[in-house]
Design a protein around this ligand. Structure first.
Ligand code: C5P
Length: 245
């Protein structure tokens, strides 16, 4: 009965505007990948970690990770996040019963959140995601409307048309780590991806692939500290959060 965490870190992070892959970017002086891995280890609920690295950067990844109290293996990631998770999943053998999928881009996910997800899977829920209520009003726009003006562009006129307003009381913003029964996640990656594509379902996370199989996904309370670092603004917020810890 072991829990393996796949920590995705093979992305380039171009939206952060740095020369180096995002996982190497420091928050509070520590590379995001090391913070994320420490959060997993400190939960006491994870037995081993597989990190997906930008291909050719495995040695740099090992150096950035530093020393950890649990075994860590670094593998080459793929060209998409889904391919990177699949590469990590190939390292899970029959001794692994629970798999977590976590993004290095969420380096401040608290250990208690990690433990909550694992506990929910172990209590009989084969697919579990952390989620938070949505506080903004969410509107759907016409799909053919074109891209919104890029951040900082205050001169482009309105380009999108609103179609409707969603009922936010039933919406949740979903985070990582997401937790799964190992065999279910393997089946989701083998079959769910094709089914999601065929049925035009959004499968932008691993739980989406499980949903495409028709298997129920359950939600536990997320944590605002598990914010995803995508832009320089997010990085500044994370720095402040870390200072306050
Ligand atoms: O780019 P984004 O922040 O959405 O990526 C989410 C996570 O997926 C990041 O931790 C990133 O390193 C990882 N990723 C990956 N392989 C890719 C693309 C993204 O492991 N090909």
């Amino acid at each position: 009965m072991t829990t393996l965490a796949i920590l995705t870190a093979a992305g380039s992070g171009t939206r952060l505007g740095r020369e180096i892959p995002k996982a190497f970017v420091p928050v509070g002086g520590v590379p995001m990948i090391a913070l994320a891995a420490r959060g997993l280890a400190d939960s006491g609920a994870v037995d081993a970690v597989v990190v997906t690295s930008p291909p050719g950067r495995a040695a740099d990844m090992v150096a950035a990770l530093g020393a950890l109290p649990i075994p860590v293996e670094v593998v080459d990631g793929g060209s998409t996040r889904q391919a990177s998770v699949a590469a990590g999943l190939r390292r899970a053998d029959a001794s692994t019963d629970v798999v977590l999928v976590h993004d290095a881009a969420r380096p401040l996910a608290p250990p208690a959140l990690v433990a909550r997800v694992v506990a929910a899977v172990r209590s009989g829920h084969p697919a579990v995601v952390p989620g938070l209520p949505v506080t903004d009003t969410i509107k759907r726009v016409a799909p053919d409307a074109g891209a919104p003006a890029p951040p900082g562009d205050d001169t482009t006129p309105v380009v999108e048309r609103v179609v409707d307003t969603l009922d936010r009381t039933v919406l949740r913003a979903v985070q990582t780590p997401q937790g799964f029964d190992r065999e279910l996640l393997q089946r989701a990656h083998a079959e769910g991806a094709a089914r999601a594509a065929a049925e035009h379902l959004a499968a932008t996370d691993d739980a989406g692939l499980v949903e495409a199989l028709g298997v129920p996904v359950h939600l536990v309370r997320g944590d605002s500290a598990a914010l995803k670092i995508t832009t320089p603004y997010d990085l500044a917020v994370a720095e402040l959060l870390l200072e306050g810890r």
